[in-house]
Write a protein that binds this ligand. Structure first.
Ligand code: SF4
Length: 389
């Protein structure tokens, strides 16, 4: 399995908490002045250049448009990108093709056009069903717009619709978070990602917290809301298959799983990362990342160069650490594949630690995998750290 990721670096407006690379009209540009045409030409060039390095014989199972706000692009623009990809890469006929969608950037007609391009999954950034939360987060849409977007997605022929929600917003109560989950259930998304509010450095939110303009919830309340999320969603027919991700049967994100399963992915666009476990390089599997600056990205490609700004080759120890970390965060560590890959028996190497996890019901061994339980997921970071120490 292998995946393709495209980072579309434009937003209508920068949300106060976000540190993903994107530019917005408020960065001194009018919306019509966003350099979309230059970016799309550069992206086409990158698709061509990367296809000549190592993609022969590889079949791609997922395509993910992230960002930024890829739904800001027109369906003609997205269609042109998909056409360039299909001309250079072997994309499976049943590939999962996802577009991250911001409510307020699409209407029914645009969604129908997306669907007719073969896009078969939407990941909609709802974040909250409370308008005051959305205003605090400086989202561009209201709760009503978000609900309308999800309904129109289904009406436009999408059968696989994911929504993102954020919990632990300042002053959020248990009842208010339950109200968000209740409203989500009315829309019946096939997949839900729930993230705790993270304060990233160099964001307006970070400065607001530093200057005490905003107070965050304490760690105990955050943990309580997270545990509530797990019990609520698993009680409503969603399976938790990663720390923050829940899916109805048959709707786990294949793209997400490819990252967690350590399979190859090729990333295009400013700030995108690529990973090749199959890399033939003597120093081991390769991870590389593109420059996080649109102008530099375009300039490099206009000169016929890949916009790669950093690269590392993973050592066996790094690979083992990542295998443990990614496995425990998601659907568990495949014990037989771990033995085959690394010549080590995880259960024996960490005998006491594993026994403790099993005895306290924080983990189980199921279908040959050591995986965390609903009780273990909230402690995932500490458990991973204990394996890696
Ligand atoms: S719309 Fe998404 S990518 Fe853009 S600033 Fe907001 S959170 Fe970040």
């Amino acid at each position: 399995m292998a995946s393709l990721y495209l980072h579309i670096p434009f937003c209508e407006h920068k949300c106060i908490y976000c540190d993903f690379y994107s530019i917005a009209p408020s960065d001194g540009l009018a919306r019509s002045e966003l350099p979309t045409g230059r970016f799309l030409e550069a992206l086409k060039k990158e698709i061509e250049l990367r296809s000549t390095t190592g993609s022969a014989g590889v079949s791609y199972e997922t395509v993910f448009f992230g960002g930024g706000t890829p739904s800001l692009l027109s369906s003609q623009e997205l269609g042109a990108i998909l056409g360039h990809l299909a001309a250079k890469y072997s994309i499976e006929s049943n590939a999962e093709i996802t577009v991250e969608t911001n409510p307020g950037t699409v209407n029914r007609q645009k969604l129908q056009e997306f669907r007719s391009l073969g896009i078969n999954r939407l990941s909609i950034g709802v974040q909250s069903f409370h308008d005051d939360d959305l205003q605090f987060l400086t989202r561009i849409h209201s709760s009503q717009t978000a609900k309308c977007c999800v309904r129109e997605a289904y009406d436009s022929g999408f059968e696989n619709v994911s929504i993102d929600l954020i919990f632990s917003l300042p002053s959020q109560t248990r009842d208010r978070w339950i109200s968000n989950l209740d409203q989500a259930m009315e829309l019946q998304p096939t997949h839900i990602s729930c993230y705790s509010l993270i304060v990233e450095a160099n964001t307006p939110l970070f400065r607001m917290v530093e200057s005490k303009q905003v107070s965050l919830l304490d760690a105990d309340t955050d943990a309580e809301l997270y545990e509530l999320t797990i019990s609520y969603l698993t009680g409503h027919g969603y399976e938790q298959y990663e720390v923050s991700n829940f899916a109805k049967p048959g709707f786990k994100s294949r793209h997400n799983k490819s990252y967690w399963d350590h399979t190859d992915y090729v990333g295009f666009g400013p700030s995108a990362h690529s990973f090749s476990i199959r890399s033939q390089h003597a120093e081991g599997p390769e991870r590389s990342w593109n420059v996080a600056n649109l102008s530099d990205y375009c300039s490099k490609l206009e000169k016929g160069q890949l916009p790669v700004i950093g690269m590392e080759h993973l050592t066996i120890d790094q690979l083992i650490e990542e295998e443990i970390f990614l496995g425990l965060r998601s659907e568990g560590i495949d014990l037989s594949s771990f033995r085959t890959k690394f010549g080590k028996d995880l259960m024996m190497e960490h005998e006491l630690r594993v026994r403790d996890l099993l005895e306290t019901s924080l983990a189980v061994v199921e279908k040959g995998r050591l995986r965390l339980t609903s009780k273990g997921y909230p402690l995932c970071d500490e458990i991973c750290a204990s394996f890696l120490s």
